[in-house]
Ligand binder design. Sequence first.
Ligand SMILES: [Zn+2]
Length: 319
Amino acid sequence: MLVIGLDVGATKVAAGLGRADGTILERRVIATRRLDPDRLLDDLGELVADLHRSGPDAPVNIGIGICGLVEPETGRVARSIALGWSEPFALRDALTRRTGCRVLVDNDVNAGALGEQRWGAGVGVDDFVYLSVGTGIGAGIVLGGRLQGGASGAAGEVGHMVIDLRGRPCRCGNRGCLEALASGQAVGEIVTAELASGVAASSSLATIAASGRAITARDVFSAAAAGEPYACDVVRRTGEYLAVAVVNLVNLLDPRRVVVGGGLTHTGHLLVDAIREALGRWTACGGDAAKIVLPAALGEDTGLRGAMAVALQGTPGAA
Ligand SMILES: [Zn+2]
């Protein structure tokens, strides 16, 4: 059985044709045309046609993981801040009409959870949380073997779980949200502000900042991997905030595993190690919690294979 996965992010669309065992046979990557849903639809239609030309004669199921709030039952994207869509868009129905294929849609983090459930760190685990830490932060919650959508598809928006009442302002309007403290974007902003105030003036990050280029989380994690004390301290603090979220999730949901993926984990295990270390250091039950935190298994292919897993929903192998 063949499926097509479409991983729609704010900067790029990754498309792949693959098998039900998760093998990717063909891939395409294009830049995302944001703001206008009809332009994105044109691009997705082209990608699907192109992948069909290189493989199957008959239409295959399509799964989409997209960075937005999705109603999985209807395949409607209610809104997407990352894509600049403020109005709902009936993505499933529009792409079905265009391609003649069966189309299923979910948000990108839920798709990642489905991918980990089918082929990764969630195989054989009925109750787990997939925590995605990238530019933003979100979670896919699997309980009793089933992905939980909540009343409106918004379950798992843990990026806006408040971790510090008096913390940094978040784009949602609150203060101290997890995403404002520990996301890739937050790490870049926090480090930029600290360097501007004269902290760690001799670090390689200060040299980058002095050159005028914006500091990214990737810069910070690379410097930490090289052992720079300031960067290591930033990673430690980031892990600590995420550990607070993990403790809250564990107390709320009692998962068997917390699987940590997303862009900040693609350069190694520094972040997962920092979360485990914080858990062990400051909570009585932290040692137990640390044991259930582990890295996502699909790495940089989580998005694409997650979208393929969305396409496979309702077929044998997983819910
Ligand atoms: Zn927020």
